[in-house]
Ligand binder design. Structure first.
Ligand code: G4P
Ligand code: NA
Ligand code: NA
Length: 194
């Protein structure tokens, strides 16, 4: 097991409906030393890629992206999920369907902060069905920028997102891939990775 898988086993809680709660270190309280290890591991996995910007989505992606960005020395842009009065000018907007919440959401980025010059690493905390991630990819494409890779902290390997994104040809690196989890016994099956 890698450092993240060990932490999931130690502090992750499996709840009803195959939901993995990682509130104590990732999604609510944040373990910044762990975030730093995550950032270093993304840096290692995307070594040699000409990444000049990290793109993530509010809310849970932001903290991880910011700590990772210190390893890449690049700015972070986070996509917003709602129009706000603080958003001025032209925007890229992608419509995404939330599987969990059964509703449509928007993913919004100002055109000021993404252009064809950009080589983007997309970062997020979870990959489940990958709807939000596909919205982010659409936005990078709309900007004429390049997706250099996608870094995910926890992928739920038993949901469709990972294979959809890999089939599109992207370098998708998930630091832990949970292929199965059992609510009754509290046990996890992680996918073997190099
Ligand atoms: P997806 O298609 O983008 O994969 O999202 P899905 O609708 O399946 O999931 C909706 C939200 O729930 C996403 O966060 C996703 O990261 C999160 N999620 C999915 N499965 C799990 C899980 O097992 N555990 C936890 N902790 N989160 C999960 P979001 O709505 O974008 O929320 P946030 O980033 O604002 O927190
Ligand atoms: Na998220
Ligand atoms: Na989340």
């Amino acid at each position: 097991m890698n450092f993240l898988e060990e932490r999931i086993v130690k502090d992750g809680i499996i709840t009803e409906g195959n939901v993995l709660k990682v509130d104590s270190f990732l999604n609510h309280q944040m373990d910044i030393e762990l975030f730093d290890q995550i950032g270093a591991e993304f840096k290692r996995r995307f070594e040699g890629k000409p990444i000049n910007k990290i793109l993530t989505i509010e809310a849970s992606g932001i903290g991880i992206a910011c700590v990772a960005a210190q390893h890449f020395k690049v700015p972070v842009v986070f996509a917003k999920k709602t129009q706000s009065i603080n958003l001025e000018g032209e925007m890229y907007v992608a419509e995404v369907e939330s599987f969990t919440h059964r509703c449509k959401n928007q993913v919004i980025v100002s055109q000021k902060f993404l252009s064809e010059e950009d080589h983007v690493l997309i970062i997020d905390d979870f990959l489940a069905n990958g709807c939000a991630l596909q919205g982010l990819i659409q936005i990078v494409q709309a900007a004429g920028a390049t997706v250099e890779g996608i870094g995910i902290v926890i992928e739920k390997g038993f949901q469709a997102g990972g294979s959809i994104i890999r089939n599109l040809g992207y370098q998708l690196e998930s630091l832990a891939i949970v292929d199965a989890m059992d609510e009754k016994t509290g046990t996890f099956v992680f996918r073997e990775q190099k």
